[in-house]
Write a protein that binds this ligand. Sequence first.
Ligand code: G6P
Length: 612
Amino acid sequence: MCGIVGYIGNRNCLGLIIDGLKRLEYRGYDSAGVAILDKNNDINIYKKKGKVKELESEFNIEDLSGHTGIGHTRWATHGEPNDINAHPQTDMSGNIAVVHNGIIENFKTLKKKLEKENYKFVSDTDTEVLANLIQYHFKQNNNFETAVRYALSEVEGAYGIAVLNRSVPDKIIIARNGSPLMFGLGKDEIIVSSDAAAIINVTKNVIYLEDGEIAVLKYDSFQIKTITDEDIFREVQRIDYDIEEIEKGGFEHFMLKEICEQPDAIQNTYRGRINFQTGDVKLGGLETVKDKLFNAKRIIITACGTAWHAALVGEYMFEEYCRIPTEVEYASEFRYKNPIINKDDVIIFISQSGETADTMAALKEAKRLGATTIGIVNAVGSSIARAVDAGTYIHAGPEIGVASTKAFTCQLMSLVLITLMIGKNKGTISDENLMEIAAELKLIPEKIREIIERKNDFKFIAEEFKDSRNFLYLGRGLNFPVALEGALKLKEISYIHAEGYPAAEMKHGPIALIDENMPVVFIAPKDSTYDKIISNIEEIKARKGKIITVATQDDNEINNYSDYIMRVPKTLPIFSPILNSIPLQFLSYYIATARGCNVDQPRNLAKSVTVE
Ligand code: G6P
């Protein structure tokens, strides 16, 4: 969602902050701004609606020198995206500048209280209220840290903040509650960010702030406390990826790069975790909850967006191969439905970013109700990864494109590993079947490479359909969630309306939409659902819909039913969602680029949604 960068140290910081903001733009991007303390201890603020490069064109970097500053990319929650509502926000005297991710839920009450004290406001933001509240307390007690703590103790809601105070120019104060924040320790410099992507070209040594904590940062030292003023000791952690991993590496877009990285990413998900001869799986992060998982009476999987589609595939896998009743919940619904949770329930949280506010809120609720919680997360050290009882990282590497691709298929691979682990223990998968699955698993990266090599075929189909106004995606069984994910990818980045449906359910409604202008994408693997899928295709053909199929390499029969075919290698059913997803990722990518859309930063979307 929004991104924060801050710096205090020995370098001129504007360039560093701008560079960091650009790396965070994938999280949210309707406006951007910086506040730099200059040598006269004046706070210089530049902010602008639009992307960071529009902000950059506002000023000459050379003109603005200063060694302490904060910056922000915004994804609007309160107040429309414009120059005034962009962050940093200041108090009315211009003494305090604040950048803020999250939402202050009681900001109207706080605003009224300050208005009574004659505070005036120029923006519609909750953040401006916080800046004034800090100044209000600073006036009372003349201590910067105390002022921030007192202000935050009045605040309800979620925040990650960084604060500058021109009266205390040797410090930046940061605090977090529900919105990620960390700082990197360089030599005589500290860089703050809401995401490690903005830190790693300065240092790989980071400290993650936890909820309810505040840190006072000087260029050569720091102190962490709770908002209630208790000292905290926190270990420094090493970030485990390089700057090259989050750059485009010659690809036109991050999304394309990430689609093409899937063979390696998937391999990283299973590397060292499975014995290819026997199918034995060992997931170190789940050791402590293994027995709970094996004895679970029920598994609930909860997530948002693409991760929720992975969860739906997980449901099929756990029920089919482990015989454990499994339910999937939208994380945003979970905690508001008064869920019935028993102590033998295991709840799995899937999240690429590990920061999604709805998933985090569901996790808190699950913990409160006493369930065993497990994470399937990509971002190492993220809030969800740290809060669950146990977890497994998918190791997809940083995913920057807003539309999730490699994280999705790696989530599916993690679910396969967990399925095999449970199935073996419970005896619901035979040894023979385990061995067969393990042998096939090893071939999956190569099979993905084969699909990637066909990308020009997918591009050709995309060109044919780039002007369509609607799309329907249909699949059955394990591939029904793949249909949902295909439709989501298309609407996210090309703004074409698309719906995913279980193929058979189509005749109960969506069939009314079919005419010669409606492209229908069928996921048609040669498995037990094949004949039924063919019947569904016939139903569409009879109504003149255009048929695009995702079909198995050696399936010639499908030629009779398809207008266009996207081929994937043959595989076992458990892996078919992984392979079948990839042509659909390419299809949406090429349709979106043919339409001139910004695929990495689609309108209104954010990579990591840290508000509920
Ligand atoms: C946002 C992103 C989606 C993502 C969802 C869940 O909506 O745009 O691509 O699937 O959040 O994110 P998570 O990081 O929890 O997987």
